[in-house]
Design a protein around this ligand. Structure first.
Ligand code: SF4
Length: 418
């Protein structure tokens, strides 16, 4: 049993960690071994959600919230008069094991404020991980944050002990970082990110060449960006995310709607977090990773922001109507993926199904195509059933109103050549 003081520390440090969004745990294949405790799950192991909608099923906690930095947007900044607490590595390891045995959690998501300096903070987290892995033989999922500015040797140790390691980019530009988090330097964030990327690649290559299990961050690395605390638009954010995926092979970029917790004249006056914007960025990110879109084509022209009315693919389609309508019986896979309402699974099913027959609208619905969106952008056997002329303004209005095409005048139906 834990003392009241430790339970109080856990409550304080759990609350201090609640604004960190990047706690998804997918991607690890760590298997249980004889004499060890726990299993890293291949699929996500986040099963519960906090009251603000974030997944918190891992034990999500800070080693310490006694931070010496003063980031304008952060509840834990040094100038805030909040209750401070720190857990010793051995205390935190014992808590993790106890929670695991009681089936409260399936893994650990560990971060820390910069207590003392970045090296000290990272060293304490690494020691917690060492106790868990080497002494307690904990085999469950661990995601650890690397503290920018910490020694590379510590990042190396963390990568060997954790499933996933991440370095938060925090803000989308150098100028915003300088304004809102002046003690953090972009280079101190990018350097460990690059190092982790190289080590992950090296481990994969070793495994490929020699068949050895990968010893470094098998679930890869991720990062997190705060959205809405600084003036960058969605295009800048998507371009940065795209560069991270391309150059550093990140598994995920997390977007965290800025939560106004501090009064600070450097911050925008928001009454609530811009959650719809966060949602749109996740949709756009999905298009980058799985649909073959590049960041610059997603938001070319205009103000460079996603629309509150349309998902990013629909917004792109309305701005690029010259690609449409797409004949589903002939279009290649990449083009099918660009049709609103056609996802990765349904595009693959279309390719398979049309080998044996021509597909019509009814067939597409059975293959999982969301026809209430797709019908405005496709033809089947040359037939267009969108019910409206293919003009951006008209389709935008129809899609905003979300009315099914059969509710409108059938005389508008057009038949277009294949
Ligand atoms: S370094 Fe900045 S963001 Fe991190 S805990 Fe300290 S004040 Fe908060």
């Amino acid at each position: 049993m834990f003392s009241e003081s430790i339970i109080n520390k856990v409550a304080v440090l759990g609350m201090s960690a609640r604004y960190d969004a990047s706690c998804s745990s997918s991607g690890s294949k760590r298997q249980n071994t004889a004499g060890s405790t726990g299993n890293g799950a291949f699929a996500g192991i986040c099963h519960s959600w906090s009251d603000d909608g974030r997944c918190v099923s891992l034990l999500k906690i800070l080693q310490s919230n006694a931070c010496s930095y003063n980031c304008a947007y952060c509840i834990n900044r040094a100038s805030n008069p909040i209750e401070r607490a720190s857990l010793e590595p051995r205390e935190l390891a014992a808590i993790t094991m106890e929670f695991y045995r009681r089936n409260y959690i399936e893994g650990l998501f560990l971060s820390s404020g910069v207590c003392g300096n970045s090296h000290n903070a990272m060293e304490r987290m690494v020691e917690t991980l060492r106790i868990l892995r080497k002494e307690e033989r904990f085999n469950g999922y661990i995601h650890v944050k690397a503290i920018p500015g910490a020694d590379t040797a510590l990042v190396e140790k963390a990568g060997k002990l954790a499933d996933r390691i991440s370095v938060n980019i925090e803000l989308p530009s150098q100028s915003s970082l300088a304004l809102l988090a002046p003690q953090k330097k972009r280079e101190a964030i990018i350097t460990p990110m690059r190092y982790i990327s190289e080590r992950v690649q090296e481990a994969k290559e070793n495994k490929r060449q020699h068949g050895r299990p990968t010893p470094f961050a098998p679930a890869g690395q991720s990062t997190q960006m705060i959205v809405g605390a600084s003036p960058e638009n969605d295009r800048q954010i998507m371009e940065l995310a795209g560069a991270f995926y391309r150059h550093y092979g990140l598994k995920r970029v997390y977007y965290s709607a800025y939560v106004p917790v501090n009064k600070d004249e450097r911050l925008p006056a928001l009454s609530a977090p811009p959650l719809w914007r966060e949602h749109r960025l996740y949709q756009g990110d999905w298009l980058l990773r799985y649909y073959g879109f590049s960041a610059d084509e997603l938001l070319r022209g205009g103000e460079g922001n996603f629309s509150p009315y349309f998902d990013p693919k629909t917004q792109w389609a309305l701005a690029n109507l010259h690609f449409f309508p797409v004949e589903v019986n002939k279009a290649d896979y990449e083009l099918l993926l660009r049709v609103p309402g056609i996802g990765v699974k349904s595009a693959k099913r279309i390719i398979t199904a049309r080998r044996v027959c021509y597909l019509n609208h009814d067939d597409l619905a059975k293959l999982g195509v969301v026809m209430k969106r797709a019908c405005y952008f496709i033809t089947t056997k040359g037939k267009y059933c969108g019910g409206y002329p293919m003009e951006a303004d008209i389709l935008a209005k129809v899609l905003r109103d979300r009315k099914a095409p059969q509710m409108f005048q059938p005389s508008l139906q057009m038949v277009l050549p294949i």
